[in-house]
Each structure stands twice: as structure tokens, then as C-alpha cells.
Design a protein around this ligand. Structure first.
Ligand SMILES: [Mn+2]
Length: 201
């Protein structure tokens, strides 16, 4: 499945743990204002309870998508009362300003890969804050980075092994990259989700 707008092209791949019908990993790709909001949520554990928590968090992100990233974290927390916790990665890509703001709470991967390798550093890794949403109040750090045409952003759950970024062919489409990462870098002991977005003309 892919969502395309004028400037941000995004796609994802999601695979539940074998034997589970539902993935506890979910994502959101949504046009918000002139930009695109990306979210990856991993409900703690797996199976139906993890999926219920992930659905609640994604619903909160969708309902409040115009709010600042930091407020979305609080919205998720409010939506998770009585449910399991989640870990979360959020990014807002603003093609007009050519910036991306992002944050992570818990074990969520995020990497920005530059199209122009002369643009140093050629890779920026998101450093998530510790913890999860649904426990102690989280106070994540929102970081802003410049975006250039062709740059690729990847958010993924911990069902994906580290080190995948080195193996990617950046001329491939976001969907091809997402499918490749799921096919080749799956841990196999957890649900897995990878979301790939690119800033395109
Ligand atoms: Mn997980």
C-alpha cells in the first residue's frame, strides 16, 4: 500500500509474528497541512492486546494530526488508558520548509539517508528517548533536520534487525525498499513494520 502526494512519497510493509493474525505494529501516513505526518507504533508484546493498543495510538494520531509532535505523544498516552503501552516514532516532513521534525520513544528505529552523498553527514540516525507511552510521562526530544530532494526517511519497529541501511538501493522506490527490508532484515521473533518516505519533486 502506498500514499503519494505532491512532494512526499511514502509506503510501508508490515508482517505479524508467524501464527498471529494481527500485527501489533501499525503506522500512519497522512497529509497534514503542506506536509506529511508519519507515525510508527509498536504495541508492547504481540497479538491482539498489542494490536488494540497500537490501534488506539494510531487513532489518536489521526484525530489530532494537526497538533505539534510533542502534543501527539500526550494524545497517545490519553488514548492508551487501560491498554498496553506502545513505543512510537513520529516524523513531520515539511517539503515547503525543507525540514523534518522527528521524535522517538522506546525501541523504534529511524534513519535519514541523503540522496546527495556530498551532503554531510550522509546519514542521520534518530536517537529515541527511553521508555514507552503508557508508563511514566514521556518527555521526548523533538529534533529538526534539513531535508533535500531525494532524501529517504525510514522508520521501523524493533522486529527489523539493525544495519539494514547499508544494504539499500536508494534508486528503488519507497515500496521496493520497504518490501526489501521486510524480506531481508526480519528478526522473526516479533511483529515487524517498516515505513519508507522520500522527498520528491
Ligand atoms: Mn516489537
Amino acid at each position: 500500500m502506498a500514499a503519494v502526494d505532491l512532494k512526499i512519497e511514502a509506503a510501508f510493509a508490515n508482517l505479524p509474528l508467524p501464527g498471529q493474525t494481527e500485527s501489533g505494529d501499525l503506522c500512519l501516513i497522512k497529509r497534514v497541512g503542506k506536509g506529511t505526518l508519519l507515525g510508527v507504533v509498536d504495541g508492547l508484546g504481540h497479538g491482539q492486546e498489542a494490536a488494540a493498543a497500537a490501534h488506539a495510538a494510531i487513532g489518536a494520531l489521526d484525530r489530532h494530526s494537526t497538533e505539534p509532535l510533542i502534543d501527539l505523544v500526550r494524545r497517545c498516552r490519553d488514548a492508551l488508558v487501560g491498554l498496553r503501552g506502545v513505543v512510537l516514532g513520529l516524523a513531520y516532513l515539511d517539503p515547503q520548509a525543507a525540514t523534518m521534525a522527528w521524535l522517538g520513544i522506546g525501541n523504534i528505529g529511524g534513519v535519514l539517508l541523503r540522496a546527495d552523498l556530498g551532503n554531510r553527514p550522509s546519514r542521520i540516525t534518530m536517537v529515541p528517548n527511553a521508555g514507552f507511552i503508557g508508563g511514566e510521562p514521556a518527555h521526548p526530544t523533538v529534533r529538526s533536520v534539513p531535508l533535500a530532494l531525494g532524501d529517504t526517511i525510514i522508520l521501523c519497529s524493533d522486529g527489523i534487525r539493525d544495519g539494514f541501511a547499508e544494504t539499500l538501493v536508494l534508486s528503488n522506490t519507497p515500496q521496493e525498499i520497504a518490501d526489501f527490508v521486510i524480506a531481508r532484515h526480519l528478526k522473526g521473533n516479533d511483529d515487524a513494520l517498516v515505513l519508507v518516505a522520500r522527498y520528491v519533486r
